[in-house]
Structures are given as structure tokens and as C-alpha cells.
Ligand binder design. Structure first.
Ligand code: SF4
Ligand code: SF4
Length: 206
């Protein structure tokens, strides 16, 4: 069965994301799709963004059980369910409960292998954009982590976590005052349509 799929690439700098209309009727047919196999990991740049834009979500994240809190990241571990898992932000009827910019990087950029948009020649600029953004974000997270380390701060210390987040926001604002040129060179939004042959259930590759 051949299907036309619409992808919308949104350039919102560090909060850029890809929308896929097929997700609403995911061929996996388990109401979870790729979200059934992932545990979101919030790194420094995500945490700083959330503190600035949605502080109650930070409170919610740290109040959850089954977290993996490392020095500079927090993983919201998924829960086993049937043959897969469920993400704590997922709803069977509404999909992800977080608005796109509030999601961590993998959740904002990931599109399953069944769609394989990176293979399309006309999408090479977006492929390069996502790659450059990923590299930039990894380096930014590294710099933020090192700066927090130098101040003797870690997310593991719950008593000083508020101080950690306060200092992190200051550093994040300084670091992101001027974003790299590759971001401003891409349009704010572009829509593409692809045709793919659908397979169903586990035959649809994540
Ligand atoms: S597996 Fe593909 S179609 Fe299904 S939810 Fe994930 S990205 Fe969307
Ligand atoms: S945070 Fe949202 S997009 Fe990410 S795995 Fe969970 S439900 Fe899916």
C-alpha cells in the first residue's frame, strides 16, 4: 500500500523539530510507535530551556519515579508494557503530551527508518541542518557540563539542584546569545511530501 507522507521541518534553532503526519496513524498499529521503545534523556540545554520556558515541567520531571539522574542529565525511564514499553509522556489517544519544543532532541528530530527521509536528495539541506544542530548541541552540552563541574555542581545533589539549575540558566543564556550561522541560513519552516510503501506491525522499521 503506497501512502503520501507529509513532513514539516521547523527551524526553531536549538528547539527545531520535524513533524510527520503518519504518526497519527502509525503503521506499527500499537498506539505507541517509536515512543514505545524510548526513554527521553534531558541534557543541559534541554533543562535550561525548560527552566526558562516551562519550569513546572522541570518540577514534574524530578518528581517522577524511575529516573536515572547523572551529573548533568536526567533520563525518564520508560515502563515495560506488553512486548515493548511506554514513555511516561505518552498518551495512547493523544500521542506525546509535550509540545514539540519541550521535548528533548531525539524526540524532536527522530523519524523512523520506514520513512527514511534522509535518503531523499531534495532534503539534503535539512539532513545537513539536523546533523550540524546535533553536533552543535552535543558541544554546547559538553561546555555547560564542564562549567557546572568546575563549580562543583551536580544534578545528583538534590539539596543543591535549584542552585545548579539557576547557574545553568545563566551559562545557557551566555552561550546561546549568538547562535551559529547555519541556523539563520535555513528557512523557518518547509513542508515536503514523500511516497512510501507501508508495511504494518513490526514489519514497519523504527
Ligand atoms: S514509528 Fe514512524 S510513523 Fe510511527 S510514530 Fe514513530 S516516527 Fe511516527
Ligand atoms: S517524550 Fe514524547 S516523543 Fe519522546 S518518547 Fe516520550 S512520548 Fe515519545
Amino acid at each position: 500500500m503506497s501512502k503520501e507522507i507529509t513532513l514539516v521541518f521547523n527551524n526553531e534553532g536549538l528547539r527545531s523539530y520535524i513533524e510527520v503526519d503518519l504518526c497519527a496513524e502509525c503503521p506499527r498499529q500499537d498506539d505507541k510507535g517509536c515512543c514505545g521503545f524510548y526513554s527521553p534523556v534531558f541534557y543541559s540545554a534541554d533543562l535550561a530551556y525548560l527552566i526558562i520556558n516551562k519550569p513546572d515541567l522541570i518540577d514534574r520531571i524530578f518528581s517522577l519515579e524511575r529516573l536515572t539522574i547523572l551529573d548533568h542529565s536526567v533520563t525518564v525511564n520508560n515502563i515495560p508494557e506488553g512486548r515493548s514499553y511506554y514513555c511516561r509522556f505518552h498518551s495512547r489517544t493523544e500521542g506525546c503530551l509535550l509540545d514539540q519544543p519541550l521535548r528533548e532532541s531525539i524526540c524532536r528530530h527522530f523519524v523512523c527508518s520506514g520513512i527514511a527521509w534522509e535518503d531523499e536528495e531534495e532534503l539534503v539541506d535539512w539532513k545537513n541542518f539536523i546533523k550540524a544542530l546535533t553536533d552543535y548541541e552535543i558541544n554546547l552540552n559538553q561546555r555547560l557540563s564542564e562549567a557546572m563541574e568546575a563549580q562543583g555542581l551536580t544534578l545528583r545533589d538534590s539539596r543543591r539542584r535549584n542552585l545548579y539549575l539557576e547557574r545553568l540558566v545563566q551559562l545557557y543564556r551566555q552561550e546561546t546569545e549568538h547562535l551559529p550561522d547555519f541556523i539563520s541560513k535555513m528557512p523557518r519552516q518547509e513542508t515536503y511530501k514523500l511516497k512510501r510503501t507501508l508495511r504494518f506491525g513490526t514489519d514497519w522499521e523504527l
